[in-house]
Design a protein around this ligand. Sequence first.
Ligand code: ADP
Length: 883
Amino acid sequence: MARPEPTKLTPMMAQYHALKAEASKDGDDHLLFYRMGDFFELFFDDARKAAAVLDIALTSRGEKDGEPIPMCGVPVHSAEGYLARLIRAGCRVAIAEQTETPAEAKARAKAEGTPVSKALVARDIVRFVTAGTLTEDALLESRRANVLAAVCEVRGTFGLAACDISTGRMELEECEESAVDAALARLGASEIVAPDDMRAASPEHIARPKSDFSSDAGEDRLKAIHGVHTLDGFGQFTRPMLAAAAGLIAYLDHAGRGKLPLLLPPVSRSSAAHLAMDAATRASLEVLEAQSGGRAGSLVHAIDRCVTGAGARQLAEDLSAPLRDRPAIEARLTLVAWLRGDPLLRGDLRGMLRSLPDIGRALGRVVAARGSPRDLGQIRDGLSEARRICDVLATKPDRPALLETLMPQMTGHGALTDRLSRALIATPPTLRDTGGFIAEGYDAALDELREMSGNSRRAIAAMEARYRTETGVDRLKIKHNGVLGYFIEVPAKHGDALMAPDSGFTHRQTMAGAVRFNSVALHEEAARIAEAGSHALAAEEAHFEELCGMVSEARIAIAATADAMARIDVAAGQAERAAEGEWCKPDLLDDAPCLEISGGRHPVVEAALAEGGDRFVVNDCQLGPDDRLWLVGGPNMGGKSTFLRQNALIVLLAQAGGFVPAASATIGIVDRLFSRVGASDNLARGRSTFMVEMVETAAILSQATEQSFVILDEVGRGTSTYDGLALAWAVAEAVHETNRCRCLFATHYHELARLAETCPALSLHHVRAREWKGDLVLLHELAKGPADRSYGLAVARLAGVPDPVVNRAKSVLAKLEKGRAETGGLAAGLGDLPLFAIAAEAEQEECDILRERLDTLDIDALSPRDALEILYELKREAAATDN
Ligand code: ADP
C-alpha cells in the first residue's frame, strides 16, 4: 500500500509544533496546553498521556500523514483542577496562551496583506507549570509548604537554595557532600534543580545548564531583586550559596517566562543552628509523613492543632528543623507556656485566627501578577485581623519576650488596609476581568460610568414597554446574548408584523419559534452601555493594578505579619495540644548530655490506642554521662520500639520549642539525632535490605558525637544469628567506647547482656511480660535488668500459631538449650573478647604492616612470576594472623 502523502501542515498546526518544540527544548519535556478559545487543547502524545491521567475523552482533529491527530481538551475556567492532577502525576505543563484577540489577528492580517479569513491568533508560552512553581490555591495543600530547591557544587562544597514561591520564603545553605541528602530531606522539596554536569545529582533532579549556576550572577540577581548594594544586611552568603541561588532564580525565570514570583530576602541557614537528622531518621521517626505514606500516623499529624494553613506549615518547618540554641528554644517554650496558662486568651486567639485568610499565599499570587481581587480582599481582611489580635494581646500583662518581638510585625498596615477597605467590595470575586469588585464611592468617575449603564438599562426596560404597546405584541422582549448583544425578540407568528419596511425594526435572525430584530434606538442605547461598560472595566483594571502595586510595595512587611501570625498559631496550637494531653514543658540544658524523662509517652501510639479505648503505659528514661547506653530487651511486641521512638520524639518536640508528652523532661541539648531500625522490621517497604541497614549504621558510627542521641532498634537483625549478634555486639561497643553518645539499643539477643560486664556506662533493661495461665501478657512496662527469657514461643501462641506446632517448638527449644548448656552456648566465648577499642588497634597495626610492604614494592620491576609469589606469601601470612 502506498504511504499517504505527507500532509502540508495547516498554519495552526505549524504554530502548534513550533510551540511544542519550545516546550521540549533541551529534553525538558512538558505537556503543551494550547489555548483555543475557551479550551486548552492537547495534541498527539500529549493528548494520549493527559487523557489517560485525567480520564477524559480522547478525540481527534484533522489529520497528519493520513492519520487522525489525537486531541483532548480541558475548559479554561476549570483548568486548575486538571493541572493539579497532572502535576500530582509527575507531569510538567507548558501553557500557551493567545496573546492577541481574533479581532487583533484579523487587523494584523489586513495590515500584512494576508487573507483575513486565514488570520491565525498569535500564541506564546506564558508559563511552565511544575510541581515546585505553583502559586494557585487550588494546586497547593494549605497545610504544607511547597518547596523548590536548587543544589550545586563549588570547589567541593555544596550550595543549597530553597524557596516556597507561594509565600516567597527563601533560604540558602552550604554543606559538605555527605550532608546534602540530609539537607534535601529536611526541605522535602517537590522539585530539585541541579546543574547538568553535577556528579552527585540524582536522576530525579531537573538538569539545568551549568552556566545558570554562577555565584556572581546569583549575587547580582539578589541585589537587583531586593534593590540593595550589598547582601550583608540579610546575612552572610558564601559562593556555593550564591551559585545555588543563581540556579534557582534562573529556573524561576524560565518557568515564569521572565516573570519572577515573590521572593523575600534570603535567609542564610547554618546547619549548626539545627538538630541534625538524616533522611533515614526522618523517615523512621515519621516526622511529617508516616512510613505507609501520607500525613496520618505521622508526628505532625498527632500534634498539629493549628487553625491556619500558615501555622500548620510553620509547625511542619519547626519539626523538620528543630533548634540547638537554648535561648531560642526557650523563647518559643515560654510563649507556649504563657498561652497554656491562659485558656481564655488561647480560646479567643484561636477563634480569631480561625477566620484569618492565608495572606502569605495571597501576597505570593499578587506579586507574581497572578493575583485576583479576592486575594486583595484577603490581604485587607488578614491585616485588619492581625491588628485586632495585636490589640487583644496588648491588654495582657507579663507578655513573653517572643511575643514582644512579634507584635510590632502585626501592625503598621493602617494606610494600606484603609485604602483596600475603601477600594474593594466586601467579598471580591476571584475573577477580575468581569469587574464589579471596586466599591461604590471609591472613584466618582467609575460611579458615573456605572450610573450611565444603569440608566441605559432602565432606558431599555422602558423601551421594551413602549414597543409592546406600539406593536401590540405582549410577548415582545428585549434580550441580550454574547453573540448578538441586545436584540428585540417576538414569537414567530408576530414576526411578519415587525418585518414591514416602515416598522422601524430591522430583521436580524429567524429562530425556530422566534424572530429577532434591532432598532436604531436600541442600537444606540446598547452602544452606550457597551462603552460605559468597557470604560468601567478599564477603570477597575487600573485600580486593581494600582492596589496590587501598593501591596507589592509593602510585601516584606506583609510577609512579616503573616509569619508572626503563623508563629502565634503554632504556639497556641502547641499549648492546646499540651492542655489536651497533660504535656509538660521540658527543661533544656547546655553541655549536659542527659536525658531524663519521667512518665514518657509516644504521641502517635497513644492516640492510636486511645481510639480503641486502650491506655498507654508510661515509661521513664534516665540517660546520663555515667549511664549513656541502655540495652532494652524483652519479647517481640513488648513495646521496645515504642519506647525508643517516644524518647527520640520527645527530644525532637522539645528542641522544636514545644511541650512534650511526659510528666517531666530534662534534656541536654542534642546536636544530632539518629534513628535506625533493623532491616527485617522494615521489609514491608520493599527496598530496605541488610545493606541499607549497615550503610545507615555506618553513618551513625562515623557521625554521632557525645552530644548526640541515637536509637538503634534491632540492628543486626537482617542477617544470620551469628553475623547479626556479632554486628550488634560490635556496634554497641563502638557506640559506648567511641561515639559516647546517649543511646537506646533494643535487641532480642540475650547474649548482649554480657556487655554490661565490660562497658561501665551501659545498663540493661527490658520490657516486662508475664505468662498467665499459659498466655502471654505484655505489660509494655520498662524494668531494670536483663530480659529473663525470650517468650518467642508465647508470642507465637498469642499470634495464633496452632498448639501442636508451638508444643513441638517447645521440645526443640529444650534440646537446643540443653546443647547450649553443655557446650557453653552461643555467647560462651564472648566474655573473653578484648574490648572493641583494643581490637581495633590491633587491626590498625596489621594494616600498617601491610601498607608498608606494599609501599616498598616496585611493581614495574616485578616479573609476573615474582608478583604471583608475593601474592601467595601475603595470603599465607593473612591465614596465619587469622588463626
Ligand atoms: P517491640 O518493638 O517490642 O516489638 P512495639 O514497640 O512495636 O514492640 O510495640 C508493639 C505494640 O504494643 C504497639 O503497636 C502498641 O500497640 C503496643 N504498645 C507498645 N508500647 C506500649 C505502651 N507503652 N503502652 C501501651 N501499649 C504499648
